[in-house]
Design a protein around this ligand. Sequence first.
Ligand SMILES: [Zn+2]
Ligand SMILES: [Zn+2]
Length: 442
Amino acid sequence: MNISKKAENLIKEYAVCNYCLGRQFSNLGTGTTNYERGSTIKSYLTMEISQSKSDDNINILQQLSRSSSKMAKSLLLKWGITPEDTVICPICENKLKNINELTEIILAKFDDYELNTFLIGTILPKEWFERERKLKEGFDLLQTEYLKQEFNRLIGKEICKQKTLDTDFKNPEIIAEINPLTLTVNPRIASLYIFGRYNKYIRTIPQTRWPCYSCKGKGCEKCKFTGKQYQESVEELIGFETIKTAMSEKVVLHGSGREDIDALMLGSGRPFVLEVVKPRIRTIDLKELERKSNAYTEGKVRVSGYRWSSKKELVYLKMHAQHAVKRYRALIKFDQNISQVHLKKIESFFRDRKIEQRTPMRVKHRRADLIREKMVYSIRCILKKEDEMEVVISCDGGCYVKELISGDDGRTLPNISSIAENVGFCKELDVLEIEERIYKEI
Ligand SMILES: [Zn+2]
Ligand SMILES: [Zn+2]
């Protein structure tokens, strides 16, 4: 079936606007717009009809008149027939006429952010999609795009005309979700990701914000209405300058594992990806940020190795956290005196030794109670006092070191206390190193 026949069949039933008619043939011919296509087809149909004043042709002309064709209206007048009034387009409900208004709303929102790339995402009711699908099926319209795509394309083009921005289909810095029915725009800003490593030099702060035990974060007298159990965290300390610089809403620290609140993080530091949520500024000098951040957190936390990262790398980091070998320093106090014989026994026993750890009592409330197998690769011991020794332990990530020392009432087996035939507990714990081997840049 040729184009004019298909268009005629369509017009007979639906008095569609120029956009919606042209869109049904949008893959045919380039260098024009759907609006122009629709208008041309309507003019062509009118010209064909003008050759014979049949009842059928008058009906088609009235439909064209209802779909606002000026040419059809004047032909009807010439034939002495009153043309019918223009109706609202049954497909787009004339919302495509709101393109400029929507563009203005979007641009006003974009003004709040430093941007290079964007994408438009049009949200339309399901029924709209359905009725257009039926239309395409019913009239065998294959060379076509959908209304949603037309919105995206037209607004995208208009924005590029007015601003030096590029469309990016894969990783746009902003997605403007538009609803043409309500004339609302919801800007979704892509997060920034920064890779770095942190050291922690004090034994009183958790890695991330810790909700108050009493009020679960709502704010109460006990937490002085901060909602926090600890007033500071590594995340908040590192985030302070970042939030200021990027003018972001907040930051989320995604660490490659976490140390206990009372454990130091030494050596080259723990790898992390800092997610900067809803940044207004995206051009950031990371070296400068690192310097500023370290000045602010001095004596507590230090960051290093800042570089740009990605969501993909963040996922990778979280996935492989437990595979990284970690090195700890611990100070152990025993109930009874210990000797060099015990030290040697511990060192030779824990050589590539598999241990089984049932979820420790102290974390049972927030982690599933199950048994995890972990490897202890080596333990080096130095006697400090008659009943105290320092150990350097190499083991799998996710190994509970305090429980490896105490045994946690038999929940960790074997353990240092059982091999020493003594009861030991961890007085101090530091993370010395998190192995790089597994870690690679993406
Ligand atoms: Zn329309
Ligand atoms: Zn509270």
